[in-house]
Design a protein around this ligand. Structure first.
Ligand SMILES: Nc1ncnc2c1ncn2[C@@H]1O[C@H](COP(=O)(O)OP(=O)(O)OP(=O)(O)O)[C@@H](O)[C@H]1O
Length: 789
């Protein structure tokens, strides 16, 4: 799974936490009844078995772990609500609205600070009267093709500043502009224009020189993910339709190397590649000649560095330089005057960090910094410094939802339900989740378990694609009378490439409202223009990733909304990093009230009178209870029968005879573990907001439909009382074996240095965290970039 091989240096223990449930409100008799019933419902037969087994494991250390107390509400919503339906029927598993930490933000005060007027789009194309592609130096043929076939009549600001520069000058360039501002065409159009000029005069008449696919490879474009490579190649193919003698091709992990070799042999003028696969071809595909390469574009350069492609990029740059020197003598005549006399490197990113500067040092020489705003460019040229411009498109409406951990899942459902309440208002949503296991789990949880409706006699049923059978399905819970069908999609780096491509294609072209649940694999460059709403259910590992994630909406001047889920307390401080104006902070109660104003379709169907009478709080409780019960259902649909008491106490022997668990429960536990591990990989500067020691694991487990946190997060490692020794970068010490793998409930605790927290949760040091983050990202985003085959 996605986090295989993750090494942890903290111990959260696998002992179950007993959830302290306090019921408030209603009659005391109801409270006592509910308390008694929760004890009964919380203690499932399976839990009993687990607990008794764990108590016998003396090597696991104490299991009565102390958790940091969070600020709890003195008068949460439950204070004034009537006893809910679930309470009356004795079905409560634990108080959803009790013992929750309260937000530190003053919502009322914050509301008043918000500007009333929506901002004008900052990444839209300019007006036709002000600018056009002809004036920027593109040929009539190309400009006409853009206007007539691609409906692009005027450039965007970054295109306006980049195209003339790259057509006239041969200096390296660093393009930095907001997400969705048209950077792809900003670097593609000048390259195509100059290659075209080899064989066509300015007035459109042909030259004597005939350029064709075998004339040489003139440009290489590197991108971090296969999805992005594919997307760039689609855009380029559309542009090249007016110049059919020019050819582009792609090489990327997950595709057949044999067919890639065959395409290279046939000849191409522009190559789009992932760095790993290109270095592989440079090593093994003799026919790949990079001696004529005049442009090297590094799209999403910072991401490539984060993903550990530095060595590959060094190798590619070195190889092009070396072959360039050899080639100059042989074919200099053909290229002279029209193509750049030297290799031009173009770096491209919406965000810039130190690692991009490093990338610049590897590949750029005297690069000019091109941004969408001339004022920024002039300032940078004056000061000689390249400033970080981290901003989201101004028309993008950002909100933060401060949700206590226990209420996260029901709030997500309520948010989606109200999003699709009006037909056609929102067509495409993306939900970002921290790791692949959690994506899998939420996809399975939120999709319907009902069989598909029988096909109508006179309408042939559409043939389901074998590639999307496990990644696309109709959603449950979030549909409404107005929007009876919402399709759910999942996408992450652990899926096979054909599945990834087919899923993305199906999501992009879906005519039904669609929700894509995904990891950061979809955060960079992905251009699905119709995305109206981005939900960051788990915050990004770094604020720059947040900028890219929310940038999947509000593209090219369109409107868009983004909502970030935060936990009450220190996470709220994260909003200070999110630019100006800061996002509006919303209360989860508003979302729940709106989303659960009407009944949620939960089996078994209740009478309409019964569901109509429910309040939003009781609907939320019923929904949470429903999720928890789904996880406790045996695969055959029955609830697990209680095992005989003697078996529960029988220690090891009983483990072999455990009743079969629901796959959803197994997935929920795995998702929880991976999520907690992923949480520890927030970058150092932001860990003050995302402090793993402040997470309430019991509450967080509830958001995975679990009644208690599963074991095995740093499993098998005893509580540390003194520092482990560090060997070869791996921590060893009591209970932790160097190099042991985590995951699947077992595992070890290598990889870190400090274990200095009283509560047994080790602090992850910066270096270990970086390694973990890299590893996680690699696994999430480009797992098979490194498994070329
Ligand atoms: N001149 C233009 N007129 C109209 N639409 C345009 C123009 N240029 C680009 N677009 C559209 O804008 C959208 C965003 O373009 P692109 O993907 O190149 O943005 P980007 O700046 O690379 O974004 P990101 O940083 O998120 O990768 C695309 O759908 C593209 O078709």
């Amino acid at each position: 799974m996605a986090d295989d091989g993750m090494l942890l240096n903290f111990e959260l223990g696998d002992a179950p936490l007993t959830t302290q449930v306090k019921f408030k409100g209603g009659r005391w008799r109801d409270r006592v009844k509910a308390q008694a019933s929760v004890k009964k419902t919380q203690s499932t037969p399976q839990d009993d078995a687990n607990r008794s087994t764990k108590r016998q494991r003396t090597d696991d250390g104490p299991y009565d772990r102390h958790h940091k107390a969070q600020r709890t509400s003195a008068n949460g919503p439950s204070e004034h609500r009537p006893p809910s339906h679930a309470m009356k029927t004795g079905l409560i598993s634990s108080g959803l609205f009790t013992s929750n930490p309260t937000a530190v933000t003053d919502f009322e005060e914050q509301k008043q600070e918000q500007p009333e007027e929506p901002a004008a789009p900052s990444n839209a194309p300019l007006t036709e009267e002000a600018e056009n592609f002809l004036a920027l130096g593109l040929s009539r043929r190309l400009a006409h093709h853009l206007a007539s076939k691609l409906e692009m009549k005027a450039p965007t600001a970054i295109q306006k500043n980049t195209i003339p520069q790259l057509i006239k000058e041969d200096s390296d360039a660093f393009l930095q502009a907001e997400t969705g501002s048209g950077k792809t065409l900003a670097y593609l159009l000048p390259i195509v224009q100059r290659i075209m000029s080899l064989s066509v005069n300015d007035d459109g008449t042909p030259k004597d020189v005939k350029v064709h696919r075998n004339s040489g490879l003139f440009a290489i474009i590197l991108a971090p993910t296969r999805e992005l490579c594919k997307q760039i190649s689609v855009v380029l193919e559309k542009v090249l339709r007016c110049l059919p003698w020019l050819v582009c091709t792609t090489v990327m992990g997950g595709e057949s190397k044999k067919s890639e070799k065959a395409r290279i042999r046939k000849g191409a003028n522009i190559l789009i590649a992932t760095p790993g696969r290109l270095t592989d071809h440079l090593d093994h595909t003799e026919v790949l000649d990079v001696g004529t390469v005049r442009w090297l574009v590094l799209d999403e350069g910072d991401r490539m560095m984060e993903m550990g492609f530095e060595q590959d990029i060094r190798m590619i740059v070195g190889k092009i330089r070396q072959d360039e020197l050899l080639k100059k003598n042989a074919e200099g005549v053909l290229l002279e005057g029209v193509l750049p006399s030297r290799r031009v490197t173009v770096l491209c990113s919406a965000t810039m960090k130190m690692n991009v500067q490093k990338l610049g040092e590897i590949s750029l020489e005297d690069a000019i910094h091109i941004t969408a705003s001339k004022a920024d460019m002039e300032k940078d040229a004056e000061t000689g410094a390249v400033e970080s411009h981290f901003s989201a498109p101004s028309q993008l409406k950002q909100t933060c939802l401060v949700v206590p951990a226990k209420l996260r899942l029901v709030t997500l459902v309520a948010l989606l339900k109200s999003t699709f309440a009006r037909r056609g208002a929102v067509m495409k949503v993306i939900i970002f989740i921290s790791c692949a296991d959690s994506v899998d789990f939420h996809f399975d949880l939120l999709k319907t378990t009902a069989p598909p409706p029988p096909p109508l006699a006179d309408v042939p049923a559409p043939k389901p694609s074998p590639h999307t059978a496990s990644t696309v399905g109709p959603a449950a819970y979030i549909t409404s009378l107005a929007t009876p069908t919402v399709l759910l999609y999942k996408l992450h780096g652990s899926l096979p490439q054909p599945v990834r491509s087919a899923t993305l294609q199906s999501y992009t072209t879906s005519k039904e409202p669609a929700v894509l649940i995904t990891t950061d694999i979809s955060s960079r460059g992905l251009d699905v223009p119709a995305v109206d709403f981005v939900i960051e259910y788990d915050p990004a590992f770094a604020v720059s990733d947040h900028v890219h994630r929310i940038g999947r909406t509000a593209r090219a001047g369109r409107a868009g909304k983004a909502t970030l889920f935060l936990l009450p307390g220190s996470e709220e401080g994260y909003t200070s990093l999110l630019g100006t104006p800061p996002p509006t902070i919303q209360s989860y109660e508003t979302v729940l009230q709106k989303g659960l104003a009407g009944p949620v379709n939960l089996p078994p169907p209740s009478t309409s009178e019964e569901t109509e009478k429910q309040t939003w709080t009781s609907r939320a409780e019923a929904l949470q209870l429903h999720f928890e019960q789904r996880l406790l259902t045996k695969p055959d649909g029955d609830n697990a029968p209680p095992p005989p008491k003697h078996k529960a106490k029988a220690g090891k022997a009983s483990r072999a005879e455990k009743p079969k668990e629901d796959p959803l429960l197994v997935a929920g536990r795995q998702a929880f573990r991976s999520h907690i591990r992923a949480y520890a990989t927030h970058i150092g500067e932001e860990r003050v907001y995302f402090d793993i020691t402040k997470l309430h694991l019991g509450h967080m487990a509830k958001s995975f439909g679990l009644r208690e946190p599963p074991g095995g997060i740093g499993g098998g490692v005893s509580r540390r009382t003194h520092r482990p020794t560090v060997k070869n970068g791996m921590a060893t010490g009591p209970g932790g074996s160097s190099g042991a793998k985590s995951g699947g409930g077992g595992g070890g605790g290598g990889g870190g240095k400090s274990w200095d927290k009283e509560d047994g949760v080790g602090v992850v040091d910066e270096d270990a965290s970086r390694r973990m983050r890299e590893k996680l990202k690699n696994l999430m985003n480009a797992s098979s970039e490194f498994n070329l085959g």
